[in-house]
Design a protein around this ligand. Structure first.
Ligand SMILES: [Zn+2]
Length: 217
């Protein structure tokens, strides 16, 4: 077995390879040819959950990591996935969502109401201020927020959306996973009530009444 000194020397030497690799796009993918879409919640330790080292520069990083509220498929997630898959050699996608997610903790209609209460005109929001062509249809704002009724259902839907998207080639391996925040444990998304019983997997389990504007069903 190599000494720690030798291991460190190897990792340091690999830094040069890593630095060069980044300049050559598809000829130099990340170590696992992997793109991860994960919730931004600080209670989701992506590396621990997936058994990878997503973004270490010394000795290579395993993945291109994209985080947003919920770890959901959005236009910018698609933009990033499209780039890494078509131009940076990525061959696999992991969607990582989690129980107790903030995106289960309120109804989008209430959030919209709260923003209106602050005087924000949610019917006329520049979704991307540098790209006026990207706009929301009237009444779509609450849907755009992306609040969830059920994290397992949403995770499965996000996998489906990626699999069927024209910018994602059919030979990409795509899977979705749920991090149980309560038990620091990873599981496959499921609709089995018993398997999910002790976790906060739905908006209802977090005390939210009513359903979200339909997006993930
Ligand atoms: Zn979350």
């Amino acid at each position: 077995m190599a000494t720690l000194k030798e291991q460190i020397e190897t990792r340091v030497a690999e830094y040069d390879k890593w630095a060069i690799r980044r300049q050559y796009a598809a000829d130099g993918p990340n170590m696992r040819r992997l793109w991860v879409l994960a919730c931004m919640d600080e209670r989701v330790p992506v590396d621990e959950a997936l058994g990878i080292r997503a973004d270490t520069p010394v000795g290579g990083g395993d993945a291109h990591l994209f985080r947003n509220a919920g770890g959901i498929v959005t236009d910018d997630a698609i933009r990033s996935a499209m780039l890494t898959i078509n131009f940076f050699g990525t061959k696999e996608i992991i969607v990582l969502q989690h129980t107790g997610c903030g995106m289960l903790s309120a109804n989008a209609a209430d959030l919209e109401k709260a923003l209106r209460g602050k005087g924000i005109d949610v019917d006329n929001i520049p979704i991307d201020s540098s790209l006026a062509e990207l706009s929301l249809a009237q009444g779509a704002f609450a849907k755009w927020i992306g609040m969830m009724d059920d994290v397992d259902q949403t995770c499965m839907k996000c996998v489906e959306l990626l699999k069927s998207h024209p910018l994602i080639p059919g030979d990409i391996t795509i899977s979705g996973w749920i991090w149980e925040t309560e038990f620091r444990r990873l599981r496959a998304p499921t609709m089995d009530t018993e398997a999910r019983a002790r976790t906060q997997y739905s908006a209802a389990s977090m005390g939210v009444s009513g359903s979200q504007p339909p997006r993930w069903i």
